[in-house]
Write a protein that binds this ligand. Structure first.
Ligand SMILES: [Zn+2]
Ligand SMILES: [Zn+2]
Length: 282
């Protein structure tokens, strides 16, 4: 099986290791390829996005390491780019897409709180609840539906190669404090989103980063959603959203077993010649 992970962060954004340390860890773990996907630049700089004036350095660094390790591993230059509801991808992100081997399209931001600061669904529960209060009058259902609408809109408008952590809301939904994912309105919101994704070429990633970093009990997307993904035959791949070198293969074998149990017959992976499918072996 072609072992890969296309969702990894580094010191260029909020990761804790250099790109080279991530690559060395991938080689030590027997990877065939690795994608480097720092959080792309945003207009109002944050601690977790790459700084605009570091973008060129980042691209050069990945290209240098791609060459340095070319006999040991295939390196792909990527980024995780923010799709902002009501705005879309920034012009800078749109221009970067053309220079990258691939990108992950993710929705983190959902609105702006009264002090003008954009809030994200994956920061912490206090910030999330403040955002839902100020932007959605405390209506959690409306916030979640808006999130899935934004993911659908992103897929429809841009067909990102990979859609990041599809049910990111679950990060703050431990013990169903926000909603129960079996509620009809929730299932319907997800279905609508998956039906849109199904009309595009986008791949849905199975992301173990929430389990690695926040003790989420499940991967993104949840097993319930993955069963819905399988029904539609939307292509999937396994990524770990690694922010440290030791989490590069986090729970990969469990995920291979899970997709096999759900009935997927293949996982996709990236090659120089484009996306390919492979049988699942673990
Ligand atoms: Zn993300
Ligand atoms: Zn990420």
């Amino acid at each position: 099986m072609h072992i890969t992970n296309l969702h990894t962060h580094s010191l260029y954004c909020d990761g804790a290791a250099t790109i080279e340390e991530m690559i060395v860890s991938a080689i030590e773990n027997g990877f065939d390829s690795l994608g480097i996907s720092s959080h792309g630049p945003v207009d109002e700089e944050t601690y977790w996005n790459i700084k605009k004036d570091k973008v060129e350095e980042y691209i050069e660094e990945v290209k240098r390491l791609k060459e340095k390790y070319k006999d040991k591993i295939e390196i792909f230059l990527g980024m995780e780019l923010d799709y902002i509801p009501g705005i879309g991808f920034s012009d800078l992100c749109l221009s970067l897409m053309k220079r990258l081997d691939y990108y992950i399209g993710s929705v983190h931001y959902l609105g702006t709180i009264k002090n003008g600061v954009r809030w994200t669904v994956d920061y912490n529960i206090q910030e999330l609840l403040q955002g839902i209060d100020e932007c959605f009058g405390g209506n959690i259902r409306k916030a979640v539906e808006t999130y899935y609408q934004a993911v659908s809109e992103m897929a429809e408008r841009y067909q990102p190669p990979i859609i990041g952590h599809l049910d990111l809301f679950n990060k703050n939904n431990k013990d169903n404090v926000l909603f129960d994912e079996r509620e009809t309105w929730y299932v319907e919101a997800v279905k609508k989103c998956l039906d849109t994704i199904n009309k595009t070429s986008s791949i849905i990633e199975i992301n173990t980063g929430g389990m690695a970093r926040n003790n989420n009990k499940e991967q993104y997307p949840s097993t319930m959603i993955l069963e819905m993904v399988k029904e539609r035959n939307i292509p999937v791949m396994v990524n770990s959203d690694a922010h440290t070198a030791d989490k590069i293969t986090y729970k990969f074998n469990d995920m291979y077993r899970l997709v096999d149990d759900i009935g997927f017959d293949s996982l996709v992976y990236l090659t120089k010649g484009g996306w390919k499918k492979q049988k699942i072996k673990y």
